[in-house]
Write a protein that binds this ligand. Structure first.
Ligand code: GDP
Length: 436
């Protein structure tokens, strides 16, 4: 990469400070022309990682700020990097960037700094994905999960699996090279056991996606029950603001109303379904159809009753929590998952805890787990290749088996980026913003 790229790295808008970053073969040459240090040290003699104060000279104005130089390879991108820290005004930041571009830098594309970091081996592809998850996170659980990826926890687990696969491949290769020698341990059962063990480890990792997906996308909670039981009120109470129309007239919530909220660190997508009723009018029956679809895709269903009639338990494969609402009016007449009052807020904390428990289950947030569909798909392909290998043992020659194992190895490499093709890499970095 023989060009210097430049971008505003801080968010667009007004703030205390804005940072403009330049990365490439010689960003210091650009800095020499647009930064006049306060002290005696000239820009070309800047000590890496030290901040220097001075004037940032732009076309039409100057600002007083700071400049720092990171020397390759000890920088974010692995290239030489210069950062200007100017006052955080939109026009100031744009002016500094324009000046850098006028002096020869190219405007960076989305995620180009991180892409260069990846290409220069500073981080893996999954680490870059974790970073963007952290930046875009709408819940603290996703910040944590993103950091798990960013700090290469998944990478090291994937590399362990790859290394076990390589060992098995080496064993097979040794046998193919010296077939006449009676190699100790190389028999079909022994290799099959090793592959089976690997497949089990892949499956265990894949199974974490059922929770990991919820951390990434949010837990979908459908609130259902008979009209007037207080579903809309409960939605509003959980969201913390008025979103659904609350009325004492049955059937007011004609269609699904939804909102997202972070409860106990986890993102929840709450959907208040229209009252599921028999003999409904046309508008309402459209709502009922939607309600059924929502139930089918929900992770958790809150089945709300106010004790005025029997609760209808919906047909769903989701976890159902029965909620007795309006406990300020009457006592719960049976045992329920949660007893609340959407009006007074009683019992809501318990309900939030229960929802967060259901969302994360037994998942330990500090170990490696899967939160990205892309990683889940790659694991599934790797596992498919292992299963093919198992089926091929004893049927085909060892070289055919080796092809299956290599395919599994390559599929795993897509997670870390080692074997990812240009299109996979571009898809990942397209999700980034300019300046990252
Ligand atoms: P929905 O049809 O199930 O969505 O029910 P709404 O949320 O529209 O509520 C129906 C009526 O019950 C409204 O008059 C609410 O003010 C009332 N309501 C809802 N929750 C409670 C509660 O916890 N306590 C009391 N006393 N009234 C409630």
């Amino acid at each position: 990469m023989n060009d210097n790229i430049a971008a505003i790295s801080t968010a667009a808008g007004v703030g205390g400070v804005a940072i403009i970053r330049i990365s490439g073969p010689n960003p210091l040459a650009i800095a020499e022309k647009m930064f006049k240090p306060t002290g005696k040290t000239r820009v070309e003699n800047f000590t890496p990682n030290f901040m220097y104060t001075g004037k940032i000279i732009c076309d039409g104005f100057e600002d007083f700020g700071m400049c720092v130089y990171f020397k390759a390879p000890k920088s974010f991108t692995g290239e030489d990097v210069v950062e200007f820290h100017c006052h955080g005004g939109v026009q100031i930041a744009r002016g500094v960037l324009s000046e850098a571009i006028r002096l020869g830098a190219t405007a960076a594309e989305k995620g180009e700094f991180t892409k260069r970091a990846f290409v220069n081996g500073k981080l893996s592809l999954s680490s870059a994905e974790g970073m963007i998850d952290m930046i875009n996170a709408e819940s603290s659980a996703l910040v944590r999960a993103g950091n798990m990826l960013y700090s290469e926890k998944l990478t090291s687990q994937v590399r362990e699996l790859q290394s076990a696969l390589k060992d098995t491949l080496a064993e097979i290769a040794a046998n193919s090279d010296y077939p006449e020698e009676d190699l100790e341990n190389l028999n079909e059962d022994n290799i099959a056991d090793k592959i089976r063990l690997l497949s089990e480890r892949l499956e265990a990792l894949s199974s974490t996606y059922s929770c990991g997906r919820k951390i990434k996308d949010g837990v979908t909670v459908a609130i259902c029950g008979k009209p007037n039981t207080g579903k809309s009120s409960l939605l509003n109470a959980l969201l913390g603001y008025d979103k659904a129309i609350v009325s004492s007239e049955a059937g007011t919530t004609r269609d699904a109303v939804e909102g997202s909220v972070e409860l106990n660190g986890v993102k929840f997508n709450l959907i208040d379904t229209a009252g599921i009723r028999e003999c409904a009018g046309e508008v309402e029956s459209i709502g009922i159809e939607r309600a059924k679809k929502i139930l089918a895709s929900a992770d958790v269903v809150l089945s709300v009753t106010d004790g005025s009639g029997a609760a209808e338990l919906p047909e769903t494969s989701a976890e159902v929590i029965t909620v007795f609402n309006k406990c300020d009016l009457r006592k719960a007449n049976a045992s329920y998952g949660a007893v609340v009052s959407a009006k007074t807020g009683e019992g809501l904390e318990n309900l939030k805890n229960l929802l967060a428990d259901k969302a994360l289950g037994e998942l330990s947030l500090d170990k490696a787990y899967i939160i990205e569909q892309r990683h889940f798909d790659a694991l599934a392909r790797a596992n498919q290749s292992l299963n093919n290998a198992l089926e091929n043992i004893g049927v085909f020659t060892w070289d055919i088996l080796a092809i299956d194992l290599k395919e599994a190895w390559e599929a795993l490499g897509e997670i870390t980026g080692e074997t990812a093709n240009e299109s996979i890499i571009n898809t990942v970095f397209e999700k980034f913003c300019v300046g990252k």
